[in-house]
Design a protein around this ligand. Sequence first.
Ligand code: DX5
Ligand code: ZN
Length: 235
Amino acid sequence: MKDAPNRYYKTMTEPIIAASILSADFARLGEDVDSVLKAGSDWVHFDVMDNHFVPNLTFGPMVCAALRAYGVSATIDVHLMIDPVDRIVPAFAKAGATYITFHPEASDDIQTTINLIQGNGCRAGLVFNPETPLDCLGTYLDQIQMVLLMSVHPGFGGQSFIPETLTKLRKAREMIDTSGKDIRLEIDGGVGVENIGEIAAAGADTFVSGSVIFGSKDYSKTIARMRAEIAKVNC
Ligand code: DX5
Ligand code: ZN
């Protein structure tokens, strides 16, 4: 009989690597995004920070639109770490976002925000901080396309993976499987070659990675090594 981690992996859809451009070279962003996609990253993970909800400031819809205008056609996975949320959603949809995920604690009304994201033609997701329980997930699970678990405290790249997230991942995987819905389970923070197998085994199917990919000399090799570790889980 297969052990539990393999059982989780068996339920997975195709694994997705989402390169977090928080660690890209901002001075030549279009080029660097092109390189990471050519190197095998499936998606662009786009971390939006407002120096209010989190203590850091990054980029907004104009930069997303600029990447689309530059020719980036991959899925853009916009992770909003901002408060308020709703005001900026239509601008991100117009700028070419594919997914828009938000933190429930930053939204005045979770249902309204989900409706707004989907009404503007994007896929919606909820993000859970390391200390936030999955309590409200059941209420919205049948309406969202993504569950994103933070495995670091949001705000900065290059932090260490919080191991307790593995237990939460297993729980979220179980909830998603029970729902029978097509919902991605994404993990964000401290993901690298060394731990991605264990993370996949716990049920993640979508892997955000920033500093490990962009900090490496050869993006292709790093991404290939990540995929090989994920594949091992299914042996
Ligand atoms: C943290 C961000 C992450 C971050 C991940 O607030 O949401 O997406 O860029 O970066 P690494 O892979 O460096 O932990
Ligand atoms: Zn993120």
